[in-house]
Design a protein around this ligand. Sequence first.
Ligand SMILES: CCCCCCCCCCCCCCCC(=O)SCCNC(=O)CCNC(=O)[C@H](O)C(C)(C)COP(=O)(O)O
Ligand code: A3P
Length: 246
Amino acid sequence: MLGKLSRREVAVLLWCPFVVCTGHMLALCGWDGCLVASTKDSLLNTVFVKRGWFWTSTVFWWVVVRYRMEDSVTTRTPLLPLLRRYTITTAAWYVFTQQLWLNVPPLMDLVFVWSGGSCLLDPATTPGTLWLSTSAACRRHGGLWQGGHDPSGHMFLLSLMLMFLLSELPAGSSGGRRRGKHAAFASAAAAARFILWDEPGVLALALTACWTWALLVTAARFHTLPEQTSGLLAAVVAHLSARALG
Ligand SMILES: CCCCCCCCCCCCCCCC(=O)SCCNC(=O)CCNC(=O)[C@H](O)C(C)(C)COP(=O)(O)O
Ligand SMILES: Nc1ncnc2c1ncn2[C@@H]1O[C@H](COP(=O)(O)O)[C@@H](OP(=O)(O)O)[C@H]1O
């Protein structure tokens, strides 16, 4: 329940605004050039961020499954509330960023269209009139998504994933007390076994670092500050709703 936020929950809520402010300071000082691999076609964006909820879900549930296999029954966090919070967070991600069904665009695209935006098509390549109500369809037709307030889907997704992982991860782990530590890096196979099997929390930490980096890049390089802010605020509302209802 939300009643009173713990110190940890406050820290979780402050993390994304802190990263976003850092990104803007880097941009203001002209240091955003050091944010390498910050193009739309980078591996980080195409393979990881654009499939972000998949990676977050897979790594998170793997950590939970693995650690529950080893934790004693009494130290296990109740699974049902965790599942509820995950389901609510997934539903929020879906409603905000994905096309619900044929004629219903994601919430972020509805906000864009309601605020006066539209898809500008090149008449040379797309003759006739075509009304496109989703940014994905507009992109597919080579159009320009312009004129309205376009909440940042990246800012939303990255903040949501970071808040979810930072507040839920300890639920799945009881700390570094796993066996096989000393032999961990004796060979590549042993290292892989250690990370994937013994201590998958390492993967979750790596993912958290990866999302933090991508958030920094997004803040410094993509969208306007109001569009970043609306993406971030929507993520905070989704996160707090999942905590309150889950
Ligand atoms: C070895 C591991 C075994 C683990 C066994 C444990 C159990 C694992 C369960 C795993 C469950 C996984 C379920 C995953 C369900 C999904 O989420 S699938 C869909 C994934 N899709 C995404 O992640 C897409 C994310 N992208 C977006 O939302 C958008 O592209 C964007 C980033 C918001 C940008 O929008 P644009 O319009 O493209 O700008
Ligand atoms: N961290 C990041 N790294 C690379 N590209 C990013 C990014 N954050 C946002 N973008 C890009 O900026 C555009 C706006 O993203 P969004 O509206 O989801 O916030 C998207 O381009 P495309 O629409 O060409 O894919 C997206 O790929």
